[in-house]
Design a protein around this ligand. Sequence first.
Ligand code: INI
Length: 157
Amino acid sequence: MKVLEGAVAAPNAKIAVVIARFNSFINESLLEGAVDALKRIGQVKDENITIVRAPGAYELPLVARRLAESKKFDAIVALGTVICGGTAHFEYVAGEASSGLGQVAMQAEIPVAFGVLTTENIEQAIERAGTKAGNKGAEAALTALEMVNLLQQIDAA
Ligand code: INI
């Protein structure tokens, strides 16, 4: 029996991190967590990490798509924060970010980790950006590395 399961080990991987500026006070903590996880846990070299800033979460898919099409990266980590407001705007922004990033992964066949917080309020976002509920940026970065490793294993099987 052959079982393939990714390890969080892709030290030679080239990773693009695309981060939204909207809600930047939260997103910068997600970025800090992601870069720390890539370097300290994943052993990814500093020169193999590219950070790209986009206006908001709505714009993340197009930027991710361009990065994927460049073929310069093994995985993309998308970071942003969409906080529920008084209108349906939240749903459109979060929905486009989520489905758009998923489409990029499927079309370009490259891991796109979803490090976009979608929360009811600012407190929930803070909790997930390096305080009591961990750091979703770090989690997304580690998932990206695991996926790079897993796809390499599948190709080699
Ligand atoms: N962008 C976010 O990243 N998070 C939000 O919570 C948000 N809200 O709620 O408005 C948001 N809006 C901006 C959006 O991403 C686009 O930049 C904008 O609509 C222009 O296309």
